[in-house]
Design a protein around this ligand. Structure first.
Ligand code: PMP
Length: 409
């Protein structure tokens, strides 16, 4: 696959030279859970702590200025990466989970009332289900679910049928973490907006694989986790439309987010500060900025093309294994290769593969409703990134066959 030189890219990721069993190099096929970090991100974190560390916004000393510059420049990088109109539309949070909790509370509590409706899809990660359930049970709202077809793609016509005058928000994944389905979020947004319904896109699984342009999508919110796009853990971001953020109440109260405080009354700052109470995760935000620089240098469109070829290669090899059932066969799909082996215990398959040095997940992937839609409680889930190779896929396929041959039913 001649889109870029994967061998030279792999050298940017120190951990890919790690030998987990003392002899074989790590095969990292757990990218849907988290991604590995290039040296430039690791170095940027070190540089921050060695040369820039300070709290931001407050104080006028040299390091406060450096840290503030680094933090705000990371915000600007996120804004550009998502094509957000302004860096003030970007709120730093811990990750996609905190992002969805923030929105469901800050937007939801004041815009969603008793008997109102929230729509999610059958594909969602638990992080895009449970926060809405918490809100729904607090305010007495109702959750409706967009069904999927047998390939694991959402049914747009069914979505439109679920909308009523009581529908306030639809929250769907851009890419399913369990199946890899790429959801037609632009169409979802267009339909929702026709009825005045707000749209949240959970981009946790899309951000490292697909070009995201929030102005083109026209969604009201787009959220993601930094650790899934080669950045540090503990940092993520929300893009919110300026006019929607302006109507929202703060999530948490504290320092940094206020304009003026008396015991009688507090005046809040505008977004993004309004939603960033207390000292943020400054260093990791800066690290996320470095990760975005790294991805941008390779080019997200190049990444998409490379991964698409690798995915097609993997699908063609894996579907040749008799008894292997891929779960999630949507035409539009990326990265994730969930499967079960008919007649074999999924846990055993997963344990065998990980014992051979292949890092992947087996289980319900925090997405129980969609696995149950396909009649399974668990799958084995290799998930690829642009540093994976055909040789790694070959090794995976060989080990799946080896497992089959050595384990009688
Ligand atoms: N949504 C999706 C689709 C995910 O895959 C994940 C992570 N597996 C999350 C949300 C939650 O992300 P985090 O755990 O980083 O907050």
């Amino acid at each position: 696959i001649e889109i870029f030189n994967v061998e030279s890219i792999r050298k940017d990721f120190p951990i890919l030279s790690e030998k987990v069993d003392g002899k074989n190099f790590l095969i990292w096929l757990d990218n849907a859970a988290t991604t590995q970090k290039p040296k430039s991100v690791i170095d940027r974190l070190n540089y921050f702590y060695e040369h820039e560390n300070s709290n931001v916004h407050r104080g006028a000393h040299a390091l406060a200025a450096r840290a503030t510059d680094a933090y705000e420049s990371a915000r600007d990088k996120v804004a550009r990466f998502l094509n957000a109109p302004s860096l003030n539309d970007i709120i730093f949070v811990r990750g996609a989970t905190e992002a969805i909790n923030l929105i469901s509370q800050s937007f939801g509590k004041f815009n969603i009332q008793k008997d109102d409706e929230i729509i999610v899809s059958n594909l969602e990660h638990h992080a895009n289900i449970v926060p809405w359930q918490l809100l729904a049970s607090e305010v007495g709202a109702k959750i409706k679910v967009i069904p999927v077809d047998d390939s694991g793609q959402i049914l747009l016509s069914e979505f439109e049928r679920l909308i009523t005058p009581r529908t306030k928000i639809v929250s769907v994944a851009h890419v399913s973490n369990a199946l890899g389905t790429i959801v037609p979020i632009k169409e979802v947004t267009k339909i929702a907006h026709r009825y005045g319904v707000k749209v949240l896109i959970d981009g946790a699984q899309a951000i490292s694989h697909i070009k995201v342009d929030v102005q083109d999508i026209d969604c009201d919110f787009y959220v993601f986790s930094g650790h899934k796009v080669f950045g540090p853990t503990g940092i993520g971001a929300i893009y919110g439309k300026k006019e929607v953020l302006a109507t929202m109440y703060p999530y948490q109260g504290g320092g940094n987010m206020i304009a003026d405080v008396t015991f009688e009354k507090t005046v809040y700052q505008e977004a993004p500060n309004k939603f960033e109470a207390g000292t943020g995760n400054i260093a990791d935000a800066v690290g996320l900025g470095a990760a975005i620089d790294y991805v941008s240098k390779i080019g997200i469109d190049n990444i998409y093309r490379y991964e698409h070829e690798l995915l097609e290669y993997a699908i063609s090899k894996m579907t040749q294994i008799s008894g292997l059932r891929l779960i999630g066969t949507a035409k539009e799909k990326t990265s994730v290769l969930s499967f079960v082996l008919d007649g074999f215990d999924t846990q055993k398959v997963g344990e065998y593969l990980t014992s051979k040095g292949i890092a992947l997940r087996f289980g319900h992937h925090c997405a129980q409703p969609i696995l149950r839609r396909f009649g399974v409680e668990a799958t084995v889930r290799p998930s690829i990134a642009f540093y994976n190779t055909k040789e790694e896929i070959d090794f995976l396929v060989e080990k799946i066959k080896e497992f089959k041959n050595s384990h009688f039913r």
